[in-house]
Design a binder for this molecule. Structure first.
Ligand SMILES: Nc1nc2c(c(=O)[nH]1)N=C([C@H](O)[C@H](O)COP(=O)(O)OP(=O)(O)OP(=O)(O)O)CN2
Ligand SMILES: [Zn+2]
Length: 135
């Protein structure tokens, strides 16, 4: 089994409604996502996949949907206020944790045909969450 990993960087704001500490307040992160794709055989170029193809697919989704967005749980009381103000945000079915974002990016790429093994999102320099499925 071969694997390749490509890193993508982006930013978002969020808050964690059920967090007991400081993360229940709106704050932001500049994060690194490491996306790993696998293959049992290499293609005619000798690659699992061109790093650039993976980066392009990941960036299309991340930059279009997540980057510089405000990620909120759909029940966050800010949602109607932001809607009324015409502000950009994304209302999520789950809490906007690093775990959920890793899973969301994984599922998006898998649905587009990439043999994703794992997505790891480094929310800070010393804290990350990963989502994995067999690839
Ligand atoms: N399992 C998770 N725990 C936490 C998440 C998360 O997404 N998954 N998120 C947060 C906060 O949003 C934020 O990431 C703060 O993280 P934390 O590492 O606690 O904050 P610091 O960088 O300030 O930590 P120090 O290492 O003490 O500086 C919280 N938890
Ligand atoms: Zn946070």
């Amino acid at each position: 089994m071969f694997t390749i990993t490509k890193e993508v960087y982006f930013c978002y704001g969020h808050r964690l409604l059920n967090h007991a500490g400081k993360c229940r307040h709106i704050h932001g992160h500049s994060v690194k996502v490491a996306i790993t794709v696998g293959a049992t055989e290499l293609d005619r170029r000798g690659m699992v996949l061109d790093f650039a193809e993976l980066a392009a697919a990941a960036s299309e989704y991340i930059e279009g949907e997540l980057d510089h967005n405000l990620l909120l749980h759909r029940n966050d009381p800010l949602v109607p206020l932001l809607e009324a103000a015409g502000e950009r945000f994304m209302a999520l079915e789950e809490h906007p944790t690093a775990e959920f974002l890793a899973k969301t990016i994984f599922r998006h790429l898998k649905a587009r045909g990439f043999a994703v093994c794992s997505v790891t999102l480094w929310e800070t320099a010393n804290a990350c969450a990963s989502y994995t499925e067999s690839c």
